[in-house]
Structure formats: C-alpha cells, structure tokens
Design a protein around this ligand. Structure first.
Ligand SMILES: Nc1nc2c(ncn2[C@@H]2O[C@H](COP(=O)(O)OP(=O)(O)O)[C@@H](O)[C@H]2O)c(=O)[nH]1
Ligand SMILES: [Mg+2]
Length: 356
C-alpha cells in the first residue's frame, strides 16, 4: 500500500495497492492532529506551521507549561488550531486523552499524535494514516526499526533494553507483529476513542504502551509504518530511562495477566486456556515433586529411583510443551479484522432508532 500526495489538499488523496497499480482517488476523511505540549515555547509554532494542509483540526493541549507555550499558540493565525489548557501538569498521556476527546467532539474521523518538540516528521503523516483511511487498520504507529540502519545507530545498552521491553509489550498486548512500542507517532480511528478505558491509559510515559494494551482488549488492528527517527535540535527527551526500566516491566506483566484472564478465561475458553492450565499444573507438579525428592534423597545420601526421576521430568517436559503450544496459538490470534467499521455501523444504527 502506498500513499501519494493529495491531488487537491483537503479533498482527495490517491492510494495505490502496489507501485505498478493504478492509483484510485479516495475521499480523505476528517483528519485531526493532537499535539501534547509541555515547555514547548521554542518549538511549538514551527511544529504547528509544519502540519500538512489536509489536516482539518490541530488540537494543542498545553499541559500546564510554566513558559509561554499557550501565548504563542494563541497568537497564531492558523484557523485550524484549537487550544486546550490543563491548569496543572498531568503528563503526556493525560494530555492525549484530553486532546482525543476534543478532536472527537470536533468531528474528527482519524486522530494523529505529533509531539511539540518537532520529533514527528510531517512528511510521513500521510503514510501513517493510510492504513486507517483504506480500512486496513484501526490504529497505526511509527516504527523506526523496519530499517537496520536505525538499529545500528543505537547504543548497545539501549538496544538491549528496547528489545526486552518490546518483547514484554508483545506478550502483554498480544500484538506479536509490531515493534518499537514506545514510538510516539501514532494515529487512531476516532470511533475507538470512546471505547478506551481512560482509567487504564497511562497518564505519563507509559501512554503509548498502555494504548496497545487497551486496543488489544478491543481486538483492534494495529499496524506498523516505517518512519525513520528524527532528533531535531532541542528535542531532549524528559523520559527517565531508569524509571522506565523499573516501572514498565511490572505494568506490562500486569497487563499480560489481565489480557490472558479476559481473553482466554472470561470472554472465551479455547485450546489456549486448556493448554495454559494443563501446562502450568503439570510443570508445577513436576518441579515440586522433583525438588522434594531431590532434597529427600540428598539428605538420606541415596540415589533417587528412575521412577521418581521420571515422575518429575515427564510432567515438566510435557508442561513446557503445552505452554509453548499456547504461546504459538496466541501468536496466531493477532487481530486481523479492523473493528472501526462495525463500531461505526452500530453507532449509526443507534442514531436511527433514536437511542443516544
Ligand atoms: N516531558 C513531558 N512532556 C509532556 C508532558 N505533557 C505533555 N508532554 C508532551 O509530550 C510529548 C513527548 O514528550 P518528550 O519528553 O519529548 O518524550 P519522548 O520524545 O517520547 O521521549 C512532547 O510533545 C511534550 O511536549 C509532561 O508532563 N512531561
Ligand atoms: Mg520528544
């Protein structure tokens, strides 16, 4: 899928399924951009000026900045800009929830997130929203690593931490086919916004990861779009790596337990549920039995019988196999059918029969 530049800004844009197919015009939906801004006086005006012309609304959420961020936004002449104020600093996730709400109220159909520090290259916005426009995805995000050049430029320690967190995010969200989960360049179909459980969206830097956990419970389709990293001057991240390393794994593991419970034991009971229970019971039994008898025979100075060893080893091997099988089935269970169309139909239906 390839997006071409809009033929007429704000009307249509062209989408071609492959590079040699004829491009077909598609009516561009109402696209809004939300910019969470904190201490962004130096960069905000430039970022707003760079938002492509096909974007209809630009919602800037000033997250209690002590500097002149709001004054600068108010002085701008761009009629697309809507400024929302947080009286106190609440974090990037909280700012995004406010921005999403406002963009939906303004009638946006697709809502993208661009940071106030100029880290998101507007040239890639069209490519980012295309899978949603053509109905292939409910949510898209940038992925710096679809190109190996980016991986090479990252220091070893960060690469390791990033890979570990990415794996935990896959486990927790069930989106096994995406990578670079903390990438902040994202777009969502507006019909999904009211379905997010706001209480479970991370108010600070866990925002992007928590969005994936939320979307997976809605079985939304998430797509990665290759967007190279951009580090403009002045874009210093406020994210504390050590704090992320301490907080994220714990929150991701909790998300994993919650997902498994809801997906395989509350809403459904599948082969995965069975393999999980059987695998855990067998594995635990084998381990406890093995340790117990090993301690007993070490104390008595006697060698454990072959039968005793078998009773420990066999359940462990079978248990691990069952858990691996559950994992494989879970990987095959990544959502592939976008949900925003059905959500839209249901809402339209409700409107017709006069229910709110
Ligand atoms: N640091 C920080 N950024 C915030 C906050 N609220 C909103 N933001 C905005 O969130 C975006 C991402 O912040 P940044 O520190 O650049 O994060 P990173 O680029 O993901 O490491 C920027 O547009 C900030 O202006 C907040 O409380 N703290
Ligand atoms: Mg940044």
């Amino acid at each position: 899928m390839r997006a071409l530049e809009p033929a007429h800004p704000s009307d249509f844009f062209l989408v071609a399924a492959s590079s040699n197919a004829r491009a077909v015009p598609i009516e561009l939906p109402d696209v809004a951009v939300v910019i969470p801004a904190f201490r962004a006086a130096e960069t905000i005006a430039g970022v707003i000026a760079s938002v492509p012309s096909f974007v209809r609304q630009i919602v800037v959420v000033n997250d209690g900045s002590p500097d002149r961020t709001s004054d600068l936004v108010r002085d701008l002449r761009d009629p697309r800009v809507v400024l929302v104020e947080h009286s106190d600093n609440q974090g990037v996730g909280a700012a995004m929830l406010t921005g999403y709400g406002r963009a939906v109220a303004l009638g946006a159909e697709i809502i993208a997130k661009m940071d106030a520090d100029g880290q998101m290259d507007p040239e890639h916005l069209l490519a980012l929203i295309t899978p949603i426009v053509v109905g292939e995805a409910d949510y898209t995000k940038g992925n710096r690593f679809l190109h190996e050049r980016e991986l090479r430029s990252m220091p070893g320690r960060r690469r390791f931490g990033n890979a570990g967190l990415s794996f935990l995010t896959k486990l927790a969200s069930g989106y096994w086919d995406i990578f670079d989960p903390t990438n902040g360049y994202t777009a969502i179909h507006a019909t999904l916004v009211p379905l997010l459980s706001a209480g479970r969206v991370g108010k600070r830097y866990f925002f992007e990861s928590s969005m994936l956990l939320n979307l997976s419970l809605l079985r939304a389709v998430v797509r990665d779009v290759y967007i190279p990293a951009r580090y403009p001057a002045g874009a210093t991240s406020h994210l504390s790596e050590s704090r992320a390393a301490l907080q994220f794994p714990w929150r991701l593991l909790r998300g994993f337990v919650r997902r498994v419970r809801l997906e395989y034991f509350v809403r459904d009971f599948t082969a995965v549920s069975l393999y999980l229970v059987a695998g855990l019971v067998l594995g635990l039994f084998g381990a406890v039995w093995g340790v117990w008898h090993w301690a007993a025979s070490a104390q008595a100075g006697a060698v454990a019988s072959t039968g005793t060893v078998m009773i420990a080893v066999l359940p462990i091997i079978v248990g691990v196999q069952l858990l691996l099988q559950a994992l494989t089935l879970d990987i095959q269970n990544v959502p592939t059918q976008p949900v925003h169309q059905s959500v839209r139909l249901v809402s339209a239906d409700r409107g017709m029969i006069g229910r709110p």
